[in-house]
Design a protein around this ligand. Structure first.
Ligand code: MN
Length: 442
């Protein structure tokens, strides 16, 4: 089922939750992202919610009344928690029915308002959990600029390997260390080999980096041995979040050949808690175009609809707040501003078609990372490795501090939003995580 532009996308719609109508709100009534939450302080049970302005609609409370439309009602029952996997498994018709019902009930003038007001909770009173039980996590490498920048640092004579333009490169990541925004984690230790040394040493990583990525949550899975054709891939996409693929570059440089990243990546991945659905992103779909001279994809990675609307226009930003800045109540500073559509060499549909072409089965709640979304221009690099040219040119912060890679106490924040004439601005909220000193024990 194709997503159609409908009344839920009307930029003139407003909500009786007043904060949703504020200019610049990430969560107007046209967005309606899903997440899992509980009351602050670990109180209450984990349950499904939908962000609306600076509040959340508690789907568990809503479910006690139910919804009139049977398909929307079924979807609501699948969304009450403690994970969203059951909702993700239902597929596009159910998601669209629930979106229409939520949009209608939250709208100014809705007769549901007196009953639904009981289900509205301030976001200040809640804490967010992981939105799904993530069975498998795959991280891709979709930005050719990132692949070239990193390749140049690791292999100056041979930056971009010849398979890059044909194969959407990825690796299987680790789901156990995926955490939600607000997470703090210990600086990883590992083996590194100094430039002038012959023997590696064990110690804390000294080149701890972020990777600016989007996360894609998979909806209905495919059977083992049954590839997903590219034109069915859209129906397998539930929605997107922000994803920080924390990376230890010194550990990576020593371990990555011949089998790719391992301990340099699997200690921490942080995601934003609200999943912005593909329905909400519909007004921001754009043509997928390759620069002149780039080869066309192999046929299973190509289709007319992928060329017409395969890309998504999302602005992405990275910010840093050091512990010194926090102590002086200084605002975070921006390190990077880029865009998904101008960074990605592959579309989300191509990632799904490629991942399943060999018969690999995806399951509801699986997570894909796009890979670091570095744009073509200066200031659009999605990692410190690239921003500092491999650590050789430190980033100077307004308060006089400088960084090549992250220090203990640094908080890294990603934000993202979509803005376009004729559509309501929608945002992703943020993902933030803080580096703690190495050490400690279980
Ligand atoms: Mn990555």
């Amino acid at each position: 089922m194709k997503i159609m532009r409908d009344e839920t996308h009307d930029p003139a719609l407003t909500s009786w939750v007043a904060s949703a109508n504020a200019a610049g709100s990430d969560f107007p009534i046209q967005n309606l992202p899903f997440g899992i939450f509980r009351s602050k302080g670990g109180l209450g049970h984990w349950r499904g919610g939908v962000a609306i302005g600076d509040h959340v609609l508690d789907l568990d409370v809503l479910a006690s009344d139910g919804l009139a439309d049977p398909q929307a009602h079924e979807a609501l029952q699948a969304a009450i928690g403690p994970t969203l996997n059951a909702l993700m498994a239902l597929g596009r018709p159910a998601w669209a029915a629930l979106r229409r019902a939520l949009s209608s009930g939250l709208r100014v003038g809705s007769h549901e308002r007196p009953r639904w007001e009981r289900a509205i909770v301030p976001q200040a009173d809640i804490e967010m959990g992981l939105p799904a039980e993530i069975g498998d996590y795959t991280d891709f490498y979709t930005s050719i600029q990132h692949a070239t920048n990193v390749g140049r640092l690791f292999r100056p004579d041979n930056p971009l390997l010849p398979n890059y333009r044909w194969v959407p490169i990825g690796y299987h990541g680790r789901a156990s260390s995926i955490a939600v925004s607000g997470d703090s984690f210990r600086r990883p230790q590992g083996q590194t080999l100094a430039a002038d040394a012959e023997v590696p040493v064990l110690g804390p990583s000294r080149r701890l980096d972020h990777e600016l990525e989007l996360g894609l949550f998979i909806g209905p899975g495919n059977g083992r041995g049954v590839p997903v054709p590219i034109d069915d891939a859209e129906g397998r996409m539930f929605g997107l979040c922000l994803l920080n693929d924390w990376s230890a570059r010194d550990i990576q440089a020593w371990e990555y050949q011949p089998l790719g990243p391992f301990l340099s990546k699997n200690f921490a991945t942080t995601i934003s808690p609200w999943i912005v659905t593909m329905e909400a992103l519909h007004p921001y779909r754009t043509p997928f175009v390759r620069a002149d001279g780039e080869p066309g994809p192999v046929s299973y990675l190509d289709s007319a609809s992928n060329r017409e609307r395969g890309a998504v226009d999302i602005t992405l930003e990275v910010q840093l707040q050091t512990s010194a800045m926090r102590a002086r109540s200084e605002e975070p500073v921006r390190l990077t501003s880029t865009n998904f559509s101008s960074s990605a060499y592959w579309t989300l549909a191509q990632l799904i078609a490629h991942h399943t072409v060999n018969g690999c089965n995806l399951r509801p709640g699986d997570l894909f990372g796009t890979g670091t979304l570095s744009g073509p221009a200066d200031g659009q690099q999605g990692s410190m490795l690239e921003l500092t040219r491999g650590g050789r040119e430190p980033v100077r912060l307004p308060n006089g501090e400088q960084r090549t890679f992250f220090e203990d106490g640094d908080t890294v924040i990603f934000k993202a939003w979509c803005e376009r004439q004729g559509a309501a601005r929608i945002g992703f909220g943020e993902v933030r995580s803080t580096v703690l000193p190495a050490g400690g024990s279980a």
